[in-house]
Design a protein around this ligand. Structure first.
Ligand code: GLC
Length: 554
């Protein structure tokens, strides 16, 4: 029973599709929209609420679609506007919402706006982008760096100025201080909402504004050689500038012209700053400022608990809505990061915390990072900074979806290799095999989404973590589960437990981050109903190593 007062983006689950890698219908080795349409029944079977597509717009693909050459069209590689319309209709018919990836910070250098802008200094589009004269010594205008390595500036011979790009040079930065740019972007949102789009994930939201004086950024004292060069600066002039909030409020106003639409913003910032991007009830901004902290926090019970407590309290105080993410197209697969043994613990955490979870395609079957031979690396983040490619390269988490054991894992009928190699484990880890196995990761995922969807406590209830103490990881006898008196002795072994509660419904989640069994001794578990264990059967006397348990408390 979900709470009727919640919006779909609060009670629901978002599922991210990286369209190049989900399903190819055309046999060219790259995924497309028709491929996704053909897989909608599978998507609906997962118990998710919305699908978000990484960019499918016209693009020369220098950053695989995050370099947009026409914001109001679909790239032929993915299909047509008609294919998109069909997909939206078919998704809606199955009760699935559709979200697009909106990339407002930069366009492609092949976008007609930029082609015009670079044609002469007095072109009316010139000010749509960010141009600077060379420095007095003749080099780049300042010390700003690209996320993908090297300077954030490229010299334009014809007009004798540099243009700014914080990613590849094919991604010139739009000038958000120019009202015409903002007007055009709001119009783009309307264009897609009129075509039935329910929401947007917004790319690099916290980078939209730049220092109008283009001052040098100070050195980051914590930076060490071997880390990406971009981190060598403290980004006080390119990130999180106050005026960004004005821009976001304008975008929000365009969304609010339509019913029940939403946006989730890509924002990598500490929790206090992150939450300012939700705005206030009087001046709302992002419905969900993406919370990436589970990805960034060390994987042990104490650190994860500290994070969840801090974030939950901060969200409550700010009056906004929480959300959680474990993976996306820029981060190594979580099954690889936390390790196979911890995979279900992590999945359980994501789907039982208070807040909207976002799931990355393939994580429901436990896909791991693929091995990318050197001659198959295509990601500009890896190619631009070979010295840190192993950590910065994003190809490993973008490998084709593993559907079955046929050649290329059922992703494409192409004879040639798909755009990225299929991960080697596909014969063992694939949808078809897991459909047959009631104990598979896929069916565990479905069990979690079913429980979540059917539980007011899990979708909208409060969150309260169990107290930590040292010693054996047992729940102290005689303590009460109600009224804040919940005492849990955990620590050493790394057990994290919390209660989700709504009215009379109480769900206890126990996660063992360690490999050691943790004996449980909790009177309230007598008479409680086991909802799910990552290990299949379970009893109330022990939480086994790497086990996740969900209990309905009476
Ligand atoms: C975001 C995207 C990433 C892209 C970058 C530039 O971080 O998630 O994939 O490369 O923006 O658009």
């Amino acid at each position: 029973m979900t709470l009727p007062s919640l919006k779909w983006w609060q009670s629901g689950i978002i599922y991210q599709i990286y369209p190049r890698s989900f399903q190819d219908s055309g046999g060219d080795g790259v995924g497309d929209l028709k491929g996704v349409t053909g897989r909608l029944d599978y998507l609906a079977s997962l118990g998710i609420t919305a699908i978000w597509f990484s960019p499918v717009f016209t693009s020369p693909m220098k950053d695989f679609g995050y370099d947009v050459a026409d914001y109001k069209n679909i790239d032929p590689l993915f299909g047509t506007l008609e294919d998109f319309g069909e997909l939206v209709e078919q998704a809606h018919a199955r009760g699935l919402k559709v979200m697009l990836d909106f990339v407002p910070n930069h366009s492609s250098d092949e976008h007609p706006w930029f082609v015009e802008a670079r044609s002469s200094r007095d072109n009316p589009k010139r000010d749509w982008y960010m141009w600077r004269d060379p420095s007095t010594t003749g080099g780049v205008p300042n010390n700003w760096k690209s996320f993908f390595g090297g300077d954030a500036w490229t010299f334009d011979q014809q007009t004798g100025q540099y243009y700014l790009h914080q990613f590849v040079s094919g991604q010139p930065e739009l000038n958000w201080a120019n009202p015409e740019v903002r007007h055009e972007m709001a119009d783009t949102l309307r264009f897609w909402m009129q075509r039935g789009v329910d929401g947007f994930r917004v790319d690099v939201f916290w980078l939209l504004a730049k220092d109008p004086e283009f001052r040098d950024e100070p050195r980051n004292p914590d930076w060490r050689p071997g880390q990406p060069e971009h981190n060598s600066l403290t980004h006080i002039y390119t990130q999180d500038l106050p005026v960004t909030h004005d821009y976001i409020r304008e975008m929000r106003a365009a969304l609010d012209e339509f019913d029940d639409r939403m946006m989730v913003g890509e924002i990598y910032l500490p929790i206090d700053k992150l939450l300012t991007y939700a705005g206030t009830p009087e001046a709302p901004e992002c419905h969900l400022p993406f919370n990436f902290h589970l990805i960034l926090t060390p994987w042990n019970a104490a650190d994860v608990r500290r994070l969840v407590d801090e974030y939950d309290a901060a969200v409550t105080k700010s009056g906004s809505w929480p959300n959680w993410v474990l993976g996306n197209h820029d981060q190594h697969r979580f099954a690889t990061r936390v390790g196979r043994a911890q995979y279900r613990v992590a999945q359980t955490l994501l789907l039982t915390l208070r807040g909207t979870p976002t799931v990355y395609y393939g994580d429901e079957i436990g896909m791991e990072d693929g091995h990318i031979p050197e001659n198959r690396v295509v990601d500009p983040a890896a190619l631009g900074q070979p010295e840190v490619a192993a950590s910065a390269g994003r190809d490993p988490e973008r490998t084709p979806m593993q559907w079955d054991t046929s050649p290329h894992a059922g992703f494409t009928s192409a004879r040639a290799e798909p755009w990225l190699p299929v991960a080697e484990n596909f014969t063992a880890v694939n949808v078809a095999a897991q459909e047959q196995d009631p104990r598979s990761d896929l069916n565990y995922f479905r069990a979690l989404t079913r429980l979540r969807g059917g539980s007011a406590a899990l979708t909208g209830g409060s969150y309260r973590s169990l107290e930590t103490a040292t010693g054996t990881p047992t729940l102290q006898e005689g303590t009460s589960l109600t009224g804040g008196g919940y005492q849990n002795v955990q620590a050493g072994s790394g057990v994290f437990g919390y209660v989700r509660e709504h009215d009379a419904e109480k769900v206890l989640v126990l996660l063992n981050f360690g490999t050691e069994d943790a004996p449980l001794s909790l009177p309230e578990l007598e008479g409680a109903t086991l909802l799910l264990s990552s290990h299949g059967e379970a009893d109330s006397s022990v939480l086994r190593g790497n086990e996740a348990q969900l209990w309905q408390l009476s």
